[in-house]
Design a protein around this ligand. Sequence first.
Ligand code: HEM
Length: 116
Amino acid sequence: MDFVYDLVVVSHLLGMAAVVGGYVAAQPRVSELMVWGARAQLLTGIILVGMAESIDSLGKDPNMSKVIAKLVVAVLVAGFAEMGRADAKRGKAVPWMTHAAGGLAILNVFIAALWN
Ligand code: HEM
């Protein structure tokens, strides 16, 4: 089961690369890559917490304050990315929405790495 958990961690890191990389490459527009990255972060993050909480042999004990903070930030990232992408498809760029999604995604990287 450790291997499966580690594969989900790999997906989580690739999702992070997609949302941050998609932001940097396409701003001030929201790219399709960024939206899929934001969706992937929510899905893989929730799977990681679910596995860590339910499988004792993994030996994980996630910090729930940190998880909730990341979840709130990730929901905002996904919301801004979805709205920004819908506008981009109609030929309208809303830069503040793109920067809010990208900036909050980067904030979540800081929370992930620095909150111990
Ligand atoms: C934009 C959204 C997100 C970004 C950019 C992000 C980024 C990251 C990064 C960079 C790591 C690796 C940190 C390290 O190993 O030191 C990580 C780990 C983790 N993230 Fe996220 N994350 C996001 C959303 C979420 C969400 C929504 C959840 C859960 C609800 C979550 C749960 C976790 C967990 C449990 C780990 C630890 C994995 C492990 O090493 O065992 N993340 N995240």
